[in-house]
Ligand binder design. Structure first.
Ligand code: PLP
Length: 396
């Protein structure tokens, strides 16, 4: 007798994208030591601005409370403290979405919940993802042995695939604003997805990790669409909103109205979390609460604006050069067509060798990315300007 492994792990494609990028940079640096200091990284997916002062103050205050017997906090509620859930509940009212407090579950970030939510679903469920795709949606389902259907996208549909009979699946992943394409579904388009899910008994797993970049009349939350509460779970994060990539906090909304097979998914998720999760630290939840104070909001908006200004430097350059792209306006990601019909890895090499600039080849996010390239707005103004100057000089 011996332990059997989950053989589905053998089917996960090795995530070589960022390792391969790092290797190519190392090789280039070794071959070009005289230019190594000129390298500019435009592929960064992590934020670079520090935590806002208000958030830091909340962290310090909460830490001090933990050192005093009267204000010490031990195990908290697995699903999060009410003070943070109230702040999130109030935030949603701005989009005219009314949530019950217990429909909101605080987590240590969107990535864990996106993976963990699959505990609620049968391995026999089919899954649809849009391609190009945030690889977590694919790998978590391959680990469980689920069948995946890809909704491919292109310049023609603005990288926003729409429902079609061949995309019928039990679980549908949508990410808007999208990583990697930066494309955002409008109300009409999201309504079509919600109706598609309603017609087919599907559940939409909606990733709103970048909602804070949305402006104008575009939806921040899927629950802005009538009927969505019966068919959608929403994931969100403080990572990009408030610089919490290293601090770790997010939340998931599972509406009471979401039911399948006579079961209430909100209760199932509560049961799952109280069994397998012991909550996010009090200190971090106090920090997340501070994000919603008027001062905290002012400070995080300055950081978001900083990234948006970078995105504008990039999109202005691409507009001048008449290069097709999506994103950048309501997203920190710009998804551009490689110049001269180049394939994404060829363009990666060309850009590195000629401009000493690094981005992310679209092929790493799926078939639809073969001729596309992702630039991010998380660099400094100075580096973004310099990178785009070099880019325009070479490809303009
Ligand atoms: N969803 C998308 C689309 C992302 O791009 C990321 C992070 O890059 C996440 C979720 C994960 O966010 P978190 O840091 O909250 O785990």
């Amino acid at each position: 007798m011996s332990a059997q492994i989950n053989k589905n792990f053998l089917n996960i494609s090795q995530s070589y994208l960022f390792a391969e990028i790092a290797k190519r940079i190392r090789d280039w640096q070794a071959a070009n030591p005289e230019h190594a200091s000129k390298l500019i990284r435009m592929g960064i997916g992590d934020v670079t601005r520090p935590l806002p002062e208000t958030v830091v103050e909340a962290l310090v205050k909460a830490s001090r409370e933990m050192g005093v017997a009267e204000t010490f906090h031990g195990y908290g509620p697995e699903q999060g403290y009410d003070f943070l859930k109230t702040a999130i509940q109030n935030y949603y009212t701005r989009f005219h979405v009314a949530l019950e407090q217990d429909e909101i579950f605080i987590s240590d970030g969107a990535k864990s919940d996106i993976g963990n939510i699959l505990d609620l679903f049968s391995v026999d469920n089919t899954v649809m993802v849009t391609d190009p795709v945030y690889p977590v949606y694919v790998d978590t389902n391959v680990m469980a042995g689920r069948k995946i259907i890809y909704a491919y996208s292109s310049e023609e549909n603005g990288f926003l695939p729409m429902p079609a009979p061949e995309y019928k699946a039990d679980l549908i992943y949508l990410c808007s604003p999208n990583n990697p394409t930066g494309a955002v579904y409008n109300r009409e388009q999201l309504t079509a997805w919600v109706n598609f899910a309603r017609d087919n008994g599907s559940i939409i797993l909606f990733d709103a990790a970048y909602e804070c970049f949305v402006t104008g009349d575009l939806p921040h939350s899927i629950y802005e669409i009538p009927g969505a509460k019966e068919v959608a779970i929403e994931f969100c994060s403080f990572s990009k909103k408030a610089g919490f990539t290293g601090t770790r906090c997010g939340y998931t909304v599972v509406p009471y109205a979401l039911k399948r097979d006579g079961a209430d998914l909100n209760h199932m998720w509560l049961r799952r979390q109280t069994t397998k999760f012991n909550g996010v630290s009090y200190i971090v939840q106090r920090a997340a609460e501070a994000v919603f104070t008027p001062e905290g909001e002012k400070q995080i908006n300055e950081n978001i604006q900083y990234y948006k200004d970078n995105a504008k430097i990039i999109t202005d350059t691409l507009d001048r050069m008449q290069i097709f792209y999506t994103g950048g306006k309501n997203s920190p990601y710009i998804w551009m067509k490689c110049p001269g019909g180049m394939k994404s890895w060829d363009f990666f090499n060309d850009l590195l060798e000629k401009a000493y600039v690094v981005g992310t080849p679209g092929a790493g996010f799926g078939k639809s990315g073969e001729q596309f390239f992702r630039l991010t707005a998380f660099s400094t103004h100075e580096n973004t300007e310099e990178a785009m100057r070099r880019f325009e000089r070479i490809y303009g």
